[in-house]
Ligand binder design. Structure first.
Ligand code: ZN
Length: 390
C-alpha cells in the first residue's frame, strides 16, 4: 500500500476514532493500553538560552500545560513523573572529562577561557547561566525513561526536554550540550538491550550516529533535510557506519520543501524494513518538530498530520518505546505537535482543533519524492541488507 493510501486510511479512520471521545469506553480500553509515563522536571522550563536564541525551554512548560488542559494525563494508564539530574558517571559514558569540566565552568553564565575549543560561547551554544544544570536535567529525564522501561514500570516513556542529538563527545553543537539520547541508550546497552534509534528531526542526528558509527549494537536511522542546505551538513545516504557498524547507520536526506507526502513516504520506504531487519529490544525515537512548515530555522513543510502519522507508526511497532523531543522553534506549533505525540503514546483521545488542516499532495510533492528514489533504492539494496538480527 502506498503512503497516500495509508495516509487516507489514517485520516479517515484513525483521526476520527481518536478525535471522538464518545466512541471510546475508557474503562475497557484502558485495560488493554500500554502504560505510558511522561517524564518532566519542573525546573527545565525556566532556563533560558538568551532572549534572541531560537531554543526556548519555555516550550516544555507550554506542552505540559496543554497536555494537562486536554486531560491527557488523566487516564489510568498514564503517569507524570519527575525527572532527575543525570549523574557525572552517566554523562562520562559518552562525554570526555575535559569537556564536562568546561561545561561545568560555563554554568556560571561565563564561557571558560578555552570555551571555544569545546563549542561553548557566543552563537549556537551560549554559556548561559545554569547551562550545566539544564543539560543534567534534560539528560536525566531521558535516563529516567530508560530506567522506567528497564524496570518494567511502563512500556512507553517520553521526555520532550531531551532529544539533544548534536552534542559530541568532546564539544557542544547545535544547541545541544549533553547528548541525552546517547546517555539513555548507553543505560539500555548496559542492561544488554539492542536499541534502534530513529530520528525524524529536520536536522541529521549526527551526535548519536557518531557515538555508534562503529558498532552493530545500536541501529541509527535519520531522515532529515539534506546537509547540502542545513546544519550540520552531514547525513548522506552513503554514510552507513564502518567496521562492525557498517550498515547500522542509515541516512535519508530530503530536499528543502519536503511535505507530509515526501517525508512520510520516505519514512514508510525504509523505517519498517530497518526495524524488521534489526529486531530491537527497545525503540528510541527523536521527535524533533522543526520539520513543521512554520519553523523559522529549517525549510521543510510538514503539518502535524505527517508528524502524527509517523508517531503512530512508531506506536504500531509495539516495542518498548522511549520518545524524546528535539528541535522545534515555533512554540505554538511545537506544543500542539508534542501534545499529539503524547496522546498517541497514551492511546488517548484529542480534539481535532489542535491538528493542522489536511494538505493534499500535489504534482510537486510527487516530483520531489521521485528525486530521492535513487537514495531509497541504495538503502534498500545495499545498506539495509547489511543489518543482521543479532
Ligand atoms: Zn533540528
Amino acid at each position: 500500500m502506498s503512503f497516500l493510501d495509508k495516509y487516507v486510511e489514517f485520516l479517515g479512520k484513525y483521526l476520527k476514532y481518536y478525535s471522538n471521545p464518545c466512541c471510546t469506553n475508557l474503562k475497557d480500553k484502558t485495560q488493554s493500553k500500554a502504560k505510558a509515563v511522561y517524564v518532566h522536571s519542573n525546573e527545565v522550563a525556566d532556563f533560558s538560552y538568551g532572549s534572541s536564541h531560537p531554543m526556548r525551554p519555555a516550550r516544555l512548560g507550554m506542552t505540559l500545560a496543554l497536555t494537562k488542559e486536554l486531560g491527557l494525563l488523566d487516564p489510568s494508564n498514564t503517569e507524570l513523573i519527575e525527572g532527575r539530574k543525570t549523574t557525572e558517571e552517566e554523562v562520562l559514558s559518552f562525554h570526555t572529562e575535559e569537556y564536562l569540566k568546561a561545561l561545568k565552568e560555563a554554568n556560571s553564565g561565563e564561557a571558560p577561557i578555552n570555551g571555544s575549543a569545546f563549542g561553548l560561547g557566543a552563537g549556537d551554544n551560549p554559556a548561559f547561566k545554569g547551562v550545566y544544570d539544564w543539560s543534567l536535567f534534560s539528560a536525566g529525564s531521558s535516563v529516567t525513561c530508560a530506567e522506567v522501561i528497564l524496570e518494567g514500570k511502563a512500556e512507553r516513556a517520553m521526555n520532550i526536554s531531551g532529544g539533544l542529538h548534536h552534542a559530541m563527545a568532546d564539544r557542544a553543537s547545535g544547541f545541544c550540550y549533553i547528548n541525552d539520547p546517547v546517555i539513555a541508550i548507553n543505560k539500555l546497552l548496559d542492561a544488554g538491550k539492542r536499541v534502534a534509534y530513529i530520528d525524524i528531526d529536520a536536522h541529521h542526528g549526527d551526535g548519536v550516529e557518531a557515538a555508534y558509527f562503529e558498532t552493530d549494537k545500536v541501529l541509527t536511522v535519520s531522515i532529515h533535510e539534506s546537509g547540502r542546505y542545513l546544519f550540520p551538513g552531514t547525513g548522506f545516504s552513503k554514510d552507513i557506519g564502518s567496521g562492525k557498524g557498517e550498515g547500522y547507520s542509515v541516512n535519508l536526506p530530503l530536499p528543502p520543501g519536503a511535505d507530509d507526502y515526501v517525508f512520510c513516504s520516505a519514512f514508510d520506504a525504509i523505517v519498517p524494513k530497518c526495524i524488521e531487519a534489526f529486531r530491537p529490544d527497545v525503540l528510541v525515537t527523536q521527535l524533533g518538530v522543526d520539520t513543521l512548515a512554520s519553523d523559522p530555522v529549517t525549510h521543510l513543510m510538514l503539518t502535524t498530520n505527517g508528524f502524527e502519522y509517523m508517531v503512530k507508526s512508531f506506536s504500531e511497532m509495539d516495542l518498548p518505546w522511549i520518545a524524546l523531543g528535539g528541535g522545534g522553534y515555533d512554540m505554538d506549533n511545537v506544543k500542539r505537535a508534542w501534545t499529539l505525540a503524547w496522546a498517541i503514546m497514551a492511546e488517548a483521545s484529542v480534539p481535532d482543533h489542535i491538528r493542522d488542516p489536511e494538505i493534499t499532495p500535489d504534482k510537486k510533492s510527487h516530483e520531489m519524492f521521485s528525486s530521492i528514489t535513487a537514495d531509497i533504492d541504495y538503502l534498500l539494496t545495499k545498506v539495509i541488507p547489511l543489518i543482521k538480527t543479532s
